[in-house]
Each structure stands twice: as C-alpha cells, then as structure tokens.
Design a protein around this ligand. Structure first.
Ligand SMILES: [Fe+2]
Length: 341
C-alpha cells in the first residue's frame, strides 16, 4: 500500500528536493506551499494522508501554529517538523508540542528516509493497537449486553418459578389464597421504607413468596382444620419452616431465601421457632417478612377465625412491638401507613 506524505514548505527548492527523494522511495507525495493549502487539503482528504512534513518558519501560519491546530483536529496524524540547521531547542519544543519527530535542514537523504520510515511504522503500529482496542471494547460491550439479557431472562424465570411455588402452597391451604402475594407487597414496601438495597429487596420479595413452602409437607386436614389444633397438630405445623428449608436445599437459586423460609416464625424476644433466635440474630429481611406475614394473617379469614379489622390488627402490632415484632419496623409500618396497601 502506497503511503501518502504531505510536505508543507514555503521554499520551492526544499519542496522539490523532498518530493524527489520521497517519490524515489515509492511514496505518494503532495506538496503544499503554506498552512492554508495544507488545511484545505486535510479538510477533504485527511483520511488518505499518512504523514505530514512541516516547515517551522513560514509566512502565514507558522509550523508551531499549524501543529497546535493539527493536534486538535487530527490527533492521530504523525507530524515531522523541519527546523533550521542544528536548532536543537526548536526541535525539542516541536516534540513537546506534539510533533512525532523533527529533522534539521538541510535534510540528508538517509536521515530523511530512516526518520520517515520510523515514524510511519510507529504510526501503523499505533493504528493497529487502536483498532485492536476498539475491537476489544466492542466485544466487551456486546458481552455486557448479552450478559444483561441473560440475567434479565434468568431473573424473570426465577420470579415465575417463585410465583408458581407460592401458588402451589396456596392451593393446599384454601384459606391462604393470595396470602403470599400480599406478604410480598407489604414486605417489599416495608423493605423500601427502611432503605433496603436492590439485592436485599429481591431476597425479601422471593422470600415472601416462598416463606411457607414447607406447608406442602403438612397434611391438609391439619392446615384446613376449622377448630383449635391439638398440641400434636400444632407441633406438626411448627415443623413447616424446617421442612421448607429441606425442600429448597437442593435448589441453589433458592438459597438466598433460606433464612426467611426457616426463621419467619422467630420472635424478637427469642420465644419463636424453630431456633429461638432473638433480636438482631434474626436478619432484617426475615424480620420484615415476619411482620408482613403476621399482619396479613391477622387481616385475612382463616379456617378457625374471621379476619381482624385493620385497626385491631394495628393495635396487635403495637402490643407485640418489641416482643414478637421489631419495634422499629412496626413504627415504619404504621407511620408510612403500609397497612393501607
Ligand atoms: Fe409460616
């Protein structure tokens, strides 16, 4: 591929010499007399230019003024500055201002050709690196897009699975129709009210849907019994949190919900089951679901009793605040009027 070099010099003799030497080496050369001509050429053909040779002392724009403009508009175009004989300071200044290299006049053939070759090779190398970087960035972007899509699909699949599970639980216990979904609404709202992050909120949401999964293992005659449970029957009911934990133990994607499944019947005073955890031993997400679960249970009809009016249920929450329920959560629940949801 022929490389295109543009020289800019007000001295016709130097333009001629440069042209002859470079063309002999197979380069395509365009010679400009001054900065205006160079800028006009670049405006239409910058893409075709591989290298600029730029004189410093010229009428009109000086080489340095041009260099300034070029670095802004064509930052990747290499520039070799031509300085007066032995003027090292000017050459160093050119490099500082962004020139790729400099040559002293009069320019000797060998020096010119080796400098041009060196700068062109370096520019080519940088161009390839730039392309490679762009390609890597594009690939990375594409991967991120795909990953986000996969994650979104996975999340919606997981949520659909959770909803299916919660429906299974509710079908078994006819009086709890819609219970899991209402717990989900209340618990997520309470989680937001106390400032839970996205991840914790999703644990609260999934855990709300799954918290009673262990009821699948409780016989229906006990679950739907419309009279007071015997002590033995109550013991069977009390096994549902541990049973739930066992049911999901082989499902890795449900592991974040295990604390809610196992501990949603714990109490702040340590009198709950199955582990007798107390206070902050019970994770916040679990305390949130426990409160939402209890409130919805109180305000829904059950096999053995009618639903409590909301005002009475609120009084119950207040009464058991700090013993059964987390007092701060009870305050939030009431202050934010989440009971209206
Ligand atoms: Fe439960």
């Amino acid at each position: 591929m022929t490389r295109h070099i543009v020289t800019t010099d007000d001295d016709p003799a130097i333009r001629k010499i440069l042209q002859i030497m470079l063309r002999k080496e197979g380069y395509e050369v365009t010679a400009c007399e001054n900065g205006h001509e160079l800028l006009a050429l670049l405006r239409t053909k910058a893409e075709t230019v591989d290298l600029l040779l730029l004189d410093i002392k010229m009428p009109g724009f000086t080489g340095f003024e041009l260099l300034d403009m070029l670095r802004l508009s064509y930052p990747h175009l290499p520039v070799i500055m031509l300085t007066a004989f032995n003027d090292l300071d000017t050459g160093m200044k050119a490099i500082r201002l962004g020139a790729t290299d400099y040559l002293s006049k009069p320019v000797h053939r060998e020096t010119l050709l080796s400098c041009v070759k060196r700068v062109l090779d370096k520019a080519q190398e940088q161009k390839l690196m730039l392309l490679e970087n762009q390609r890597t960035q594009e690939q990375q972007h594409q991967l991120e897009v795909e990953l986000k899509q996969t994650l979104a699909t996975l999340q919606s699949t997981t949520m659909a699975t959770l909803e299916a599970f919660s429906e299974t639980i509710e079908q078994k216990d006819s009086y709890t129709k819609g219970h899991c979904n209402r717990v989900r609404t209340l618990a997520v709202a309470l989680g937001k009210a106390v400032g839970l992050g996205k991840e914790a909120l999703s644990v609260v949401e999934g855990g709300s849907l799954l918290h009673d999964i262990g009821k699948i293992s409780v016989p229906e005659e006990i679950l739907n019994k419309d009279s007071t449970l015997t002590e033995d029957e109550y013991e069977v009911i009390k096994r549902h949190p541990a049973a739930g934990e066992r049911i999901v133990s082989h499902l890795p994607q449900f592991q974040p919900y295990v604390p809610i499944i196992r501990n949603h019947h714990e109490r702040i005073d340590g009198l709950g089951y199955p582990d007798g955890l107390r206070g902050e031993q019970i994770p916040l997400e679990v305390r949130i679901v426990s409160l939402a679960d209890a409130f919805d249970a109180m305000t829904s009809s059950r096999a053995y009793r009618e639903a409590l009016p909301t005002e009475i249920a609120i009084e119950e929450l207040k009464f058991f605040s700090g013993t059964q329920f987390d007092a701060d959560l009870v305050n939030f629940f009431i202050e934010k009027e989440l009971y209206l949801l």
